[in-house]
Design a protein around this ligand. Structure first.
Ligand SMILES: [Zn+2]
Length: 452
C-alpha cells in the first residue's frame, strides 16, 4: 500500500464518509468498515462495471449545485462511464500537475492536443492558471485544428511544450517530412513533449527525443480518476500518491503483489470529492520499479491494460513490451512505423521500410523474439502502407452552418446546407489509385496473415 498524503488516515476517513453519501457506496459499503489505512484491504473493490451501472448519477457524493464539469470515460465495451467534478477537483489537479512541471511558467506557449472532452486538457489548463503559460487548447479529435494546422501552429506560434497522445509525435513527424519540413530544424522551438493516454516504452521515448530534440515527459491519468502521476526528470513514471492510496493487486486473487511484480493498479481517492472512488480497480497493469531520483512517490512501469494482456503458452505479453519491440524493430530498419498482429502462435510485425527492398533483418527479428519470449515474424511493407500521412491532409474543411451562399463572390459555390458546411477534399486520379492500391495490398496481407 502506498500513499504520501501528509495526513492519510484522516483523509481516508473523510473519503469513506463522503463516499457513503453516493447511492452506489451507500449500498456497496453497507456491511464493510475500515477505520484506518491498515483496514482498507477489508473493503470490497470497486470495478469499472460498478461505475458503468451507476451511470449517470449513482456515484455522485456532493449536492448537484457543486458540480462543475461532466466528462465520460469509455471502457472496452464502449459503454460510457459518467464522471462528475467540482471546480475544486480541477484546482487540486492543477496544483498536483504543477508540482511535477515547475518549468511550465509564464512566457511558455503550450500546444495541447488532448481533446477537451478528456479532463486532462482541463488539468493542464488549471496548472497553467496557477503557474502561468499560454494554453493553446486544440484537441486532435476536433476538426477545428486538423493535423496540418497543428503542424502550422508548431512552426508559426513556436510553442515550447506540446502535449499529445504518444503516437501523434509520429503522425506529425511523418506529415512534416511529407511536406518537406524537418522537425529538428524548422520546428525547433519545442523543448518538452508531454505524452499521455498510452504506455511510452523506452524505445519510443528515445526515438521521440532524438527525432524532435525534446525531453519526453509522461502524464498518467484517466477520466474517472483524473491525474494519477507523471514522469520525473529521469523519465521514470511516479504515482502521485498525495492524491490517493495506491495498491497493486493480483488480478485473480485481488491480494497485494510483491513489489516489482505486475499487478492491477487500485486506488482510493484522498482528495477528489464529487465522485470519490474506494479501492477502484483501474484495469491498468503496473509494476513498482526503483528510481534514483529521490522522489518519495512510488516509481512504476505502466505495462498496459489488463484486458489487453496477450497469453502465449503461459507467457504474458503486455502492451508496453509489444510496442517497445516494435519500435526497436522499426528502428533497426531505419523506420518509425510498424503494426503488430498477434496471431495464435506468433507475433507478426509489419514494418514500413524505405526504398525498394521489403527484406527484413533476421538478426533484428531474432532479437525481438528473444525480448518478447514468443515467436516473432516480421514483414516489410512499403512506406505509407501502414501510416499514410497524406490522409492527414485529406480531412474535410468545416464551415459555420449556413443557408445562404453568395455565388457572385469568388470561391466556393455550395448549393445545400451540407455543402455549405463541409467541403470534402478532392482526390486526384493518382492519389485515388495509390489509396486503392493500398486497400488491395492490405486486404491481401490480411488474408495471408489470417491463414496463419
Ligand atoms: Zn524518478
Amino acid at each position: 500500500m502506498y500513499t504520501t498524503h501528509p495526513d492519510a488516515e484522516s483523509a481516508l476517513r473523510e473519503t469513506l464518509a463522503l463516499a457513503r453519501r453516493s447511492p452506489f457506496y451507500d449500498a456497496h459499503l453497507k456491511n464493510a468498515e475500515a477505520r484506518s489505512l491498515a483496514e482498507l484491504p477489508a473493503l470490497p473493490v470497486t470495478t469499472k462495471e460498478h461505475l458503468r451501472r451507476s451511470t449517470p448519477h449513482g456515484m455522485i457524493a456532493v449536492p448537484r449545485e457543486e458540480l462543475w464539469h461532466y466528462h465520460e470515460s469509455t471502457g472496452t465495451t464502449g459503454e460510457p462511464i459518467a464522471c462528475w467534478y467540482r471546480k475544486e477537483e480541477f484546482r487540486l489537479m492543477g496544483e498536483s500537475v504543477g508540482r511535477w512541471f515547475p518549468e511550465w511558467t509564464a512566457g511558455k506557449i503550450f500546444l495541447d492536443r488532448f481533446p477537451s472532452f478528456a479532463p486532462i486538457s482541463f488539468c493542464i489548463e488549471s496548472a497553467l492558471q496557477l503557474q502561468g503559460g499560454c494554453h493553446i487548447a486544440c484537441g486532435n479529435l476536433s476538426w477545428d485544428v486538423p493535423f496540418p494546422r497543428a503542424l502550422e501552429f508548431l512552426r508559426a506560434l513556436r510553442p515550447q511544450i506540446m502535449a499529445c497522445l504518444p503516437l501523434e509525435m509520429f503522425l506529425l513527424r511523418e506529415l512534416a517530412l511529407l511536406l518537406g519540413i524537418d522537425p529538428r530544424q524548422e520546428l525547433d522551438s519545442l523543448e518538452m513533449a508531454v505524452l499521455a493516454g498510452a504506455p511510452v516504452p523506452a524505445a519510443m521515448r528515445r526515438i521521440v527525443e532524438r527525432d524532435w530534440r525534446v525531453t519526453v515527459r509522461e502524464i498518467y491519468g484517466s477520466n474517472e480518476t483524473l491525474f494519477l502521476g507523471a514522469s520525473c526528470a529521469r523519465g521514470t513514471l511516479h504515482l502521485d500518491t498525495r492524491l490517493f492510496v495506491a495498491e497493486v493487486l493480483d488480478p485473480e486473487t485481488l491480494h497485494a503483489v510483491e513489489p516489482g511484480r505486475p499487478g492491477v493498479f487500485t486506488l482510493t481517492h484522498l482528495g477528489p470529492k464529487a465522485m470519490p472512488l474506494v479501492r477502484y480497480l483501474t484495469r491498468d497493469m503496473i509494476r513498482v520499479v526503483p528510481c534514483a531520483c529521490g522522489r518519495p512517490e512510488p516509481a512504476v512501469e505502466l505495462l498496459g491494460r489488463q484486458d489487453e494482456i496477450a497469453e502465449y503458452g503461459g507467457k504474458r505479453l503486455y502492451t508496453s513490451e509489444i510496442l517497445d519491440c516494435g519500435y526497436r524493430l522499426a528502428e533497426a530498419h531505419g523506420s518509425r512505423v510498424f503494426f503488430a498482429v498477434l496471431r495464435e502462435r506468433d507475433v507478426v510485425y509489419r514494418v514500413e521500410i524505405e526504398g525498394g527492398s521489403r527484406a527484413v533483418d533476421p538478426a533484428a527479428v531474432r532479437a525481438a523474439s528473444e525480448a518478447l519470449g514468443v515467436p516473432v515474424a516480421a514483414q516489410g511493407a512499403r512506406r505509407g502502407d501502414l501510416l499514410d500521412p497524406t490522409a492527414l491532409l485529406r480531412t474535410p474543411k468545416i464551415y459555420k452552418p449556413g443557408q445562404i451562399a453568395d455565388w457572385r463572390k469568388p470561391g466556393r459555390k455550395p448549393a445545400s446546407i451540407m455543402e455549405a458546411l463541409l467541403e470534402w477534399p478532392k482526390m486526384s486520379l493518382s492519389t485515388a489509385l495509390a489509396v486503392l492500391g493500398r486497400i488491395v495490398r492490405t486486404g491481401l496481407e490480411r488474408r495471408r496473415l489470417s491463414r496463419g
